[in-house]
Design a binder for this molecule. Structure first.
Ligand code: ARG
Length: 566
């Protein structure tokens, strides 16, 4: 891959006293505006070491640089060495590479032979699949695709919340107020209303909580009736989730929930005991983490029952033994940060050096119209409703803009769902998201539909052009600011993917796509692409093709479709 920054640092290293190529590479910046060049070396960082004022260092460096073909101009301005690249060489190398590599442009094989476990989505059975789980689903899915693009072998695990006291509550609620036909008809919705009703009634009748505890204990003991109901609730929920994952285009390699670990915890508890980590506290068994400035990690309740952490410790060990992962990544809300810190610490204390390969990827909360979402009160927007609305709103927009589109329904689905995913992945994941229909569906805003629309626009130009041998482009014809700036943005794709993975932050790709779309649209509006002059037309088409390639790869990396006509 052509890396202009690397070429520049190689050259500079011959003239910048005491600095090697790598240091220079790390120091080179992209100036805030194009008038300051394509790359700039800030010399104040060298000033202390060279004992000279930065202005003087910049001037002597600029003066000593020889003329080379890939650099047009070098200027010293207020302590910076500003470097202007030769546009033709840059654009030539970039286009040749993108046309040559196509959809693998930006990918790599750095992950070959390495397994990445990604634990994501993981909704709680019989509780609603709400917009918070949507975040985990789309962030996890984007990470999955990004790791795959870099050659890793990914194992996507849906760690369903399919065990826990909520089943005691649900069994009680179902036995008291449930109706089989209604459950069969309304599925998770009905389970959720039973769950909500339980909490409402339990407020005035606390004995219900005792009954729920009784039934959960029955379940843990393997009582037939309890188990049958549990299995039924799980099956109903899975059936419904499958529809949602299908709409979202998300797949898992494994559905392996909490219940799977029920019979695997005992040896782990024994191991904790044998390693002297388990201590008694008020009847419960804990791992003390006071020396780590953390509250203790609860392993067994006083009645001997296990907890969320007990299962997660067991699951991590199981996954290490099964997949020998290079990294194991957990995507959940930020409210679980302490939980994962404790779990990772306990694993470290058990003497497993792979504790350092466990990563929690937290994200902020979602509100709709300023309201937080809570399960117990039933104040939830179910994901299914949200997606259905997104699709029908998009269908209405398409009807208005392009009523003759052949496969309208399919595109409405791709764009409506795309709008939701894109908005979810737009901000740094740790930020709280506030959701607004007007914002996410705006075809001219920083949205999924805007990027998809731009991609389709590039496709349409290429379609109109018919078959053209794009490799015959002439980069010297693409020297305008708009063409050059688009080419520079496209050239950033590989490093953006890398950065997004290093930071486990899909928003880097999402925002980058908006930049590509902006640059492409500026190019498209200022220059005619399908001009008479054949050489010029071919060259602009080659640039269009490169933009299309990057837009498509980028959209797919974050889990969106890239329809060719919208
Ligand atoms: N079911 C949990 C929830 O909805 C998320 C599980 C995350 N994964 C894990 N290994 N703890 O909050």
């Amino acid at each position: 891959m052509y890396d202009a920054k690397l070429e520049v640092s190689k050259l500079l290293s011959k003239y910048a006293e005491g600095l090697n190529e790598q240091q220079l590479y790390d120091m080179l910046e992209v100036p805030p505006s194009p008038e300051m060049g394509d790359l700039a070396l800030p010399c104040f960082k060298l000033s202390k070491h060279l004992r000279k004022p930065p202005v003087q260092i910049a001037e002597s460096l600029a003066a000593s640089m020889p003329k080379v073909d890939f650099i047009d101009k070098v200027e010293a301005v207020s302590g910076y060495v500003n470097i202007f690249l030769n546009r033709t060489i840059f654009v030539d190398k970039l286009l040749a590479e993108v046309l040559d590599t196509g959809k693998v442009f930006g990918s790599s094989d750095e992950g070959r032979g390495k397994n990445i476990v990604i634990d994501f989505s993981s909704p709680n059975i019989a509780k609603p699949f709400h917009i918070g789980h949507l975040r985990s689903t789309v962030i996890g899915n984007a990470l999955y695709r990004m790791f795959k693009f870099m050659g890793y072998n990914c194992i996507g695990i849906n760690y369903l919340g399919d065990w826990g006291t909520q089943f005691g509550k649900l069994i009680v609620a179902y036995k008291k107020w449930g109706d089989e036909d209604k459950v069969r008809k309304d599925l998770v919705k009905e389970l959720v209303s039973l769950y909500v009703r339980f909490h409402e009634e339990a407020e005035s009748d606390p004995s219900l909580e005792d009954e729920a505890r009784y039934w959960f204990a029955q379940l843990e003991k393997g009582n037939e009736e309890a188990l049958a109901l549990w299995r039924w609730f799980v099956d109903i929920s899975l059936e419904e989730y499958a529809k949602i994952y299908d709409v979202l285009g998300v797949k898992f390699d494994l559905f392996q929930g909490e219940a799977f670990f029920n019979d695997k915890m005992e040896p782990v508890v024994n191991e904790l005991k044998a390693k002297g980590l388990l201590v008694e506290s008020e009847g419960a068994m804990i791992v003390d983490l006071e020396d780590e400035d953390m509250p203790p990690c609860l392993i067994l309740k006083s009645d001997g029952s296990t907890l969320y952490a007990t299962r997660d410790i067991t699951a991590a060990i199981y996954r290490k033994n099964t997949f020998d992962f290079y990294k194991c990544i957990y995507v959940t809300g930020v409210s679980q940060s302490l939980h994962f810190k404790q779990v990772f610490k306990v694993i470290e204390k058990m003497g497993y050096d792979w504790h350092k390969d466990l990563h929690h990827v937290p994200f902020g909360t979602v509100s709709i119209g300023g309201e937080k979402l809570a399960t117990r009160t039933g104040k939830v927007i179910l994901l299914e409703d949200l997606l259905t609305q997104a699709i029908s709103k998009t269908a209405a927009i398409i009807e208005e803009k392009n009523a003759d589109l052949p496969n309208k329904e399919e595109v409405a689905c791709q764009m409506g769902v795309g709008a939701v995913i894109f908005s979810d992945l737009f901000s740094n994941r740790i930020k709280d998201v506030s959701f607004s229909w007007d914002e996410i569906l705006n075809f001219d805003g920083e949205t999924g539909p805007y990027v998809q629309y731009t991609h389709a626009r590039a496709c349409s130009v290429l379609r109109k052009a018919g078959g053209v041998e794009l490799k015959a482009f002439d980069a010297s014809l693409l020297k305008s600011d708009e063409e050059y700036s688009l080419a520079k943005t496209l050239a950033d794709f590989p490093s953006k993917v890398k950065q997004a993975l290093d930071e486990l932050e899909p928003s880097i790709i999402t925002r980058y796509l908006v930049d590509v779309a902006h640059d492409f649209n500026r190019f498209y509006h200022v220059h005619s692409i399908l001009v008479e002059d054949e050489a010029l037309r071919t060259s602009r088409l080659a640039l269009t093709q490169a933009a299309k390639t990057v837009l498509k790869s980028g959209l797919e990396l974050i889990g969106l479709s890239a329809p060719e006509r919208v």
